[in-house]
Design a protein around this ligand. Structure first.
Ligand SMILES: [Mg+2]
Ligand SMILES: [Zn+2]
Length: 241
């Protein structure tokens, strides 16, 4: 049976937030206050829609946005890790679940030459319209009260496992790699034998520590915090060999 590796994108595969990195494509490299102040808690995707409209209004061309996005740094060791995954596709399936968007992820994966590692990407669909403006839609609707309205990563993971099971693909183990608050919900979907891999020093690790100290029993057996993708690579290599 295969191993399923699930990646978050921002601050996991890339060492920054793609939604804030894109602001570097504007002439001023910053957003006006009225726009920053328009953010409402839990409604990030709608806010990003306004940011992308503003970027279009500044006559920023998609090609320029693309070159800026291609300069976002990858997290240490991620090239090695994703290269290993691409070389071991018979043992490893790999998906990305992200609150970024389909175009940013496509640009970054394409530029890094690591696309072949990834089987599927679940994220907010983006489009470039006839004017050259990027537009965004919410990934899905869900009824989880812990997650932002556009995306519950636990639902994505559960739906993916069900879809795979119908095709008779069952996973021996799931490794979930992430950093953020919205990576906590999908970790509750993991079972004994699966591994939660929170980035050291980031929100997810703190939430897991807190859950443990409060005696949560529904958490997976194994938690492996990481600093570099190379540590994950060593673990993955040991698993499949
Ligand atoms: Mg993240
Ligand atoms: Zn959720």
């Amino acid at each position: 049976m295969k191993t399923l590796v699930v990646f978050d994108f921002d601050h996991t595969i890339v060492d920054d937030n793609s939604d804030t990195w894109v602001i570097r494509s504007t002439p001023e490299q910053t957003l006006p206050d009225w726009l920053k102040k328009s953010y409402q808690s839990g409604r990030w995707t709608e806010y990003m829609g306004r940011v992308l409209t503003y970027i279009g209004d500044q006559s920023v061309r998609p090609e320029h946005m693309r070159s800026v996005m291609e300069s976002i740094p990858l997290t240490d060791g991620m090239i090695e890790l994703l290269t290993f995954i691409s070389e071991n596709k018979k043992d490893i399936d790999c998906i990305i679940i992200s609150d970024s968007n389909s175009i940013f992820i496509e640009w970054v994966l394409h530029a890094s030459g690591l696309k072949s590692a990834v089987d599927d990407v679940f994220t907010n669909p983006a489009n470039i319209d006839a004017r050259g403006y990027m537009t965004l839609r919410c990934f899905h609707a869900h009824d989880c009260e812990q997650c932002p309205i556009n995306l519950c990563k636990r639902k994505v993971l559960r739906d993916f496992k069900e879809k795979q099971a119908k095709a008779d693909v069952h996973y021996e183990r799931i490794c979930y790699i992430g950093d953020g608050g919205n990576d906590f919900c999908p970790i509750k979907e993991l079972k004994g034998g699966d591994i939660a891999m929170p980035r050291k020093g980031f929100t997810l690790e703190k939430l897991l520590c807190k859950a443990f100290s409060e005696g949560a029993e529904s958490l997976p057996a194994k938690i492996m915090p990481w600093t570099s993708g190379n540590e994950i690579l060593r673990e993955l290599r040991a698993i499949i060999e």
